[in-house]
Design a protein around this ligand. Sequence first.
Ligand SMILES: *[C@@H]1O[C@H](CO)[C@@H](O)[C@H](O)[C@H]1NC(C)=O
Ligand SMILES: *[C@@H]1O[C@H](CO)[C@@H](O)[C@H](O)[C@H]1NC(C)=O
Ligand SMILES: *[C@@H]1O[C@H](CO)[C@@H](O)[C@H](O)[C@H]1NC(C)=O
Length: 415
Amino acid sequence: MLVATRVAALTECILLVRTEEVLACNDVLVMKLCGIKLDKKDTFGKSDPFLVFYKCNEDQREMRIPVSSLCNGDVNRTLKVECYDWDSDGSSHDLIGVCITNVLELSTPNSTFELKHPKKASKKKYTNSRTIRVEHARMIKNYGFLDYIQAGVQMNFTVAIDFTQSNGHPSDPRSLHYINNVGLNQYATALQSVGNIIQDYDSDKMFPALGFGGKLPDGSVSHEFFLNLNPGNPFCAGIGGVMHAYQSAIRSVALWGPTNFAPVINHVARFAAAMRDGTNYFVLLIITDGVITDMPQTVQAVIEASYLPMSIIIVGVGNADFSAMNVLDADNKVLSARGRSAQRDIVQFVPLRDYLTSGDNAMVQARLAKAVLAEVPDQFLGYMRRHNIEPPKQRLAPQSISSGPSSAQPSAPPM
Ligand SMILES: *[C@@H]1O[C@H](CO)[C@@H](O)[C@H](O)[C@H]1NC(C)=O
Ligand SMILES: *[C@@H]1O[C@H](CO)[C@@H](O)[C@H](O)[C@H]1NC(C)=O
Ligand SMILES: *[C@@H]1O[C@H](CO)[C@@H](O)[C@H](O)[C@H]1NC(C)=O
């Protein structure tokens, strides 16, 4: 296998060499190479060099080369590296020179490699076609989601429940919020399924829970209220506590509207913004019956949150038109608005109706939870890698639940 990777200029070249997990070691070699006075190959302008490693990966300027495929974990194994001048017409790239090295040398800062052109090598006066130098190099680990969790990174799950009128009056059996003593309504099903899984990753198992779009007992309409109706403390003990708070709120909060998502997203984002160091990762689970009324504000809030250690999971209940959710989910297209684009995809949308069709309750819950949580580990790693955050060396002390900015008190914005 021979893969060429173009580098705009060799001074910009960053190679990331990573071992496969099949090997016991999961080191990643990060290094920067520079070319020194490379032979000119184009008639006009500088040469435009790129390197060819035998058995290497391509990822724009940043190469991730599994050490296992490069040298099968043997850092002394001989490697041949060819350096070419890139010709944009793609016809034939000109060989500048070849060097013989190994991963040990490549990972040693300041080591240099002479590029020799095979055809010129026999000529008398020829010494080399200049050199490549390793500007800097370091080995890093290729960490997985569980490495961070085991090192004590806290997952902070916040639940937000839709209290808008379109759900149907809780006394109506057709209501998505139907209060009954026999089974779980759609909200309770979603809460329980996902909650049972996420509580394993949340060490203190104290879940902040919010409601939105409801009219509180004091007559105010809120898009960001604490589900337990305790204005001083949003935390519910375990998913049991969240279920309990939900069952009691649905009896005292009148379903109202409109369906605004931005306030709860911004609520969690305020906490995430205060903890960007990778010690905490925030997941907001929004359970809703659908049609968002504040789409522009929600898109803006999601874009801002994509720069933070935060993911948003939206579970859609009922049969509404969820097309707006798929826009937010952005699996195919980067979310952008007003000239700013999301840094990464942080929204996962799952329609509950796709999972209610068949099977017993336990099956439904397991399949739903799996779908809902599928993207979280990658989104989490996406944040950590982008910000060069490794799992903490010393296990983090459990957080006190009272920490966090005081601006977190929910406000009751006017409709
Ligand atoms: C690689 O070679 C160096 C010196 O030549 C030696 O010290 C080292 O043990 C070798 N490493 C492996 C993994 O063979
Ligand atoms: C590499 O060279 C630079 C200057 O040429 C020097 O400052 C630096 O200490 C060297 N690094 C190592 C690891 O030798
Ligand atoms: C988790 O996030 C919520 C906001 O949704 C906040 O109220 C709470 O204080 C956070 N917990 C920790 C330990 O940061």
